[in-house]
Design a protein around this ligand. Sequence first.
Ligand code: PLP
Length: 370
Amino acid sequence: MTQADDTSRPQPKPGVMDIAAYVPGKSAAPAGVAQVYKLSSNENPLGASPAAIEAVREVAGKLEFYPDGSSTKLRQAIAEAHGLNPANIVCSNGSDEIIGLLAQTYLQPGDEGVYTEHGFLVYQNYIKAAGGVPVIAKETDERADVDAILAVVTPKTKVVFLANPNNPTGTYIPFDEVRRLHAALPKNVLLVLDAAYAEYVRRNDYEAGVELVAGAQNVVMTRTFSKIHGLGGARIGWVYAPTHVIEAMERMRGPFNVNAVAIAAGVAAMGDRAHVERTVAHNEKWLGWLSEELSGLGLRVTPSVGNFILIHFPDDAKHSAAAADDYLSARGYILRRVAGYGFPNALRMTVGTEDANRGVVAALTEFLKS
Ligand SMILES: *Cc1c(COP(=O)(O)O)cnc(C)c1O
């Protein structure tokens, strides 16, 4: 009997095997490359806050104790830094977990979950895992399009996921557009504002969504410690949500979903404003530099407000994104292929250290001459 027809063994529920397992950014270069620059997962090139590292060292001596299942200190630290009520925050094992919990809580089999054309792929996976139907709204100029989102909303729509700014494009929509989207959505549809990169955005017309959440019953904002705080490895996310959403999520989440190491790191990181400011300043400088240098090489880049940049390659096979990826990897520069996001001929590059940024531009200059 082949594996495939063995129906006597346990069967995943319908839909599970249709999910394309998430493929994270590569982290290794080919053997023999001495210095590796990982620019594939939008991590902080300055690392984590020294205070967070110290806090983790301290908790290492107390690992026999279960964590506080309510992440009380972490919620307080977040609430204080952002001016929120801690009772309206749930913390999680990365914001991915929040996205999954929201899908599991609000989607029944057959319900529709909407996200945008080049939106974060995790949404699709969690919509499917909940038995929901992923519905894709077209983008305009690689940017979320409110009218296109509204056009695909049906009576079956229960959740709309909007990454603002989006990954992998780095584009955002101004907050009056988010308000217009919210105003036109049916009141029973949950609008999820994924603001993973909010701290990086330097635009007067951008807001992460705090006020909208506070003033509505059907909006939540998700955030993460993985990007600006440089704590991707600790897995910490959170959601700010109306009380009735919190009450539902508290029933769905695991009892100790945030571990003690993460709580300690998160509290310390939230308190280190200077590290956040250093990171923002570094990003602002090098995002601008990279955009100009890469454009100067004749490569189109999508205008980004995040800590990464989407680089589009020419049509000739010799200079395609795949060829560039091989060329860069061989030199230790690991970027992200984004074919799964609808960009077969682009690479996403995280803004790195000065060495990494200069190295990629120098390597691409040679690559394009070859
Ligand atoms: C990186 C990222 C997240 C954060 O994921 P974590 O699970 O918190 O590490 C969420 N949304 C988007 C769009 C991202 O790019």
